[in-house]
Design a protein around this ligand. Structure first.
Ligand code: CA
Length: 251
């Protein structure tokens, strides 16, 4: 597999490894990613099992320092954050994440920590769930928070006039059907699943092309241009460049 400049036609859609050939990639795009920040092993196991069963892709870390690194790496759709953590505490971590992203955050508060007091600290969390909790209770909160953030965990994603159906692989823009190649479709889906989040070229490559693909990051620029042309946005560009970083989808 050659490393080097992207040459159109050389790695075209016909010869490229499609979604069926890349195994986990498709699951990663379809299933929302949740970052669990919790130092109690039994709770991590409990959450990982339950959330995986519910169709989430779970990444878990045990402390605040690892949490920030994992946050940058996986671009989660949801963060479950314990308050009492070794090193950086949950409140501080929540404020830091909130400074970078509007990702939904649910804080897990230990028994004995007054919920009102924690809320009064105004960390920017979307919701607070006192421990111990039933898994069903957590799922109800998660669904409510995701709904508020307009994250749809089913097959259809909607951002303004743009509707993408993961299962039928159809995209319409203001009712007008768009004809996208499989790769363009995956790229647009990746953006629509992370609205208003700046995605680096590397993160996009990992998600859309697969982490083991030896491809130069400029392939991302080429495909963003293809999708932009098909969206025909004119002056209000939905796929915006973030200079020196990557791209952001503004619905
Ligand atoms: Ca703890």
């Amino acid at each position: 597999m050659g490393v080097g400049m992207y040459v159109p036609g050389q790695r075209g859609e016909g010869v490229d490894v499609g979604p069926t050939g890349t195994g986990g990639q498709d699951i990663d795009l379809k299933n929302p990613t949740v970052l669990v920040v919790e130092d109690e092993e039994t709770i991590v196991e409990f959450l990982t099992m339950g959330l995986t069963y519910e169709g989430f892709t779970v990444t878990s870390v045990r402390n605040g320092k690892d949490a920030l690194a994992a946050f940058q790496r996986v671009h989660p759709h949801l963060v479950l954050l314990d308050i009492m953590l070794p090193g950086v505490d949950g409140i501080t971590l929540c404020r830091t994440i909130r400074g970078r992203s509007d990702v939904p955050i649910i804080m897990l508060t230990a028994r004995g920590e007054l919920e009102d007091k924690v809320k009064g600290l105004d960390s920017g969390a979307d919701d607070y769930l006192p421990k111990p909790f039933k898994f069903a209770e957590l799922m109800a909160r998660i669904r409510a928070v995701l709904r508020r953030h307009r994250i749809i965990t089913g097959s259809k994603l909607q951002a303004g006039d743009l509707v993408l159906d993961h299962d039928t692989r159809e995209v319409t823009d203001g009712g007008r059907p768009l004809t996208l190649t499989p790769r363009e479709f995956d790229l647009l889906e990746c953006f629509m699943r992370h609205p208003r989040q700046v995605l680096t070229r590397e993160a996009i490559l990992d998600r859309v092309w697969g982490y083991d693909q030896m491809i130069e990051t400029n392939v991302v620029d080429v495909y963003v241009r293809y999708v932009r042309n098909k969206l025909a946005d004119g002056r209000r560009q939905r796929l915006q460049s973030v200079r020196g970083v990557g791209y952001v989808f503004q619905p």
